[in-house]
Design a protein around this ligand. Structure first.
Ligand code: HEC
Ligand code: HEC
Length: 298
């Protein structure tokens, strides 16, 4: 009888350790108060989180698609995937719950971080989890991953920062941790153009190639109608519902590389359809267009 109790309590200890490991895996870098009991936490201090898969995921329409993993954090990871791919529908400016209107435009994170952040040439979010906290030249100090997410929330999404303890921030972090296994890849900035970028030539490129999807007026094409919260089939490239002038996509170096390797959408990044000169010219044209102004204090 005594032995059985011993085995049972050993069993509970084992369970506590497993719970603790999973907890650290999800909330490892997060300094919010722990929702699990303190003894479990201290038991996990020496334990390593279980390693995420090292295979590069492919959530494009050619891939196998995203499947939320089984286990206690599966639902949270799934919510993060939803937030990245259908941002406008969860925290966009037109969602029913006014308290959840964190984003100021109807883009999705994956409007730029293509294929839910898994496309190598399109600002991939794979493998970046472990690189934070890290020094940010823009902020002039070390920032957390949550702070980096908020930079895209306030600039690319023209919205406001997420409360650190919100389920949305937890979802984003859980999803990015889920993608943390492979080594991150960073694209080097696009090389300089053969000739100086030219707005008039860029306008021609826009009219003959980009306008078919992004529309001649640059406002993109919605799935449904304005203010229905269903987002865009082709996102706007300027105007009130675009990223603001503080966003990375409003910088030449970032925009040229992104456009060259990923646009028109569907192009093989190894064999771009645009020449380097065209990518610079069309970016110069985009730079002349209006977009919301970034307000640092919100
Ligand atoms: C308009 C385009 C755009 C949108 C929309 C956008 N981002 Fe970004 N994001 C960028 C650019 C550009 C960078 C800078 C990449 C770099 O520095 O190489 C970036 C960087 C990041 C990084 C840091 C990546 C790294 O390598 O360290 C994270 C995390 C991130 N974005 C998350 C998000 C999330 C979450 C959303 C949605 C809420 C979002 N982004 C929406 C353009 C965008
Ligand atoms: C075949 C349709 C198509 C064409 C043509 C096309 N795009 Fe896109 N573009 C898209 C889609 C779709 C997205 C959003 C990605 C997604 O939803 O998967 C996008 C996203 C973008 C983005 C980032 C998101 C945003 O709202 O700013 C930029 C910048 C961009 N395109 C620029 C261009 C430029 C410049 C051209 C012309 C050289 C071009 N695109 C041609 C379909 C297209």
């Amino acid at each position: 009888m005594k032995d059985r109790r011993k085995i049972l309590s050993l069993g509970y200890l084992g369970l506590a350790i497993v719970v603790a490991i999973v907890f650290v895996a999800i909330y490892g870098i997060d300094r919010r108060p722990a929702p699990t009991p303190a003894p479990a936490l201290s038991a996990a201090k020496t334990a390593e989180p279980p390693p995420a898969s090292t295979a590069w995921p492919d959530y494009s329409s050619n891939g196998f698609g995203f499947v939320a993993p089984a286990g206690p954090d599966g639902a949270l990871i799934g919510s993060g995937y939803e937030l990245i791919t259908r941002t406008f529908a969860v925290i966009g400016p037109d969602v029913a719950d006014a308290d959840k209107r964190f984003a100021g435009n109807n883009l999705a994170c994956q409007s730029c971080h293509l294929d839910a952040g898994t496309k190598r040439t399109a600002l991939p979010l794979v493998g970046i989890f472990g690189t934070y906290p890290k020094y940010s030249a823009r902020s002039g100090r070390v920032i957390s991953l949550a702070e980096r997410i908020d930079e895209c929330m306030t600039r690319s999404m023209n919205g406001r920062a997420l409360p650190p303890s919100s389920p949305e921030m937890a979802g984003f972090l859980a999803y990015l941790r889920f993608l943390s296994g492979p080594e991150p890849v960073r694209q080097s900035p696009a090389p300089s153009p053969p000739e100086q970028a030219n707005v008039a030539r860029g306008e021609e490129v826009y009219g003959s190639i980009c306008a078919a999807c992004h529309q001649p007026n640059g406002m993109g094409l919605r799935w449904g109608s304005a203010a229905d919260g269903r987002g865009y089939r082709f996102p706007p490239l300027w105007g009130p519902d675009s990223f603001n002038d503080g966003a990375g996509m409003d910088r030449y170096e970032r925009a040229v590389g992104f456009i060259l390797h990923n646009m028109p959408r569907g192009v093989d990044p190894a064999h771009p359809q645009l020449t380097l000169q065209q990518a610079w010219d069309v970016t110069a044209f985009l730079q002349t267009k209006p977009r919301p102004h970034y307000e640092p204090v919100r």
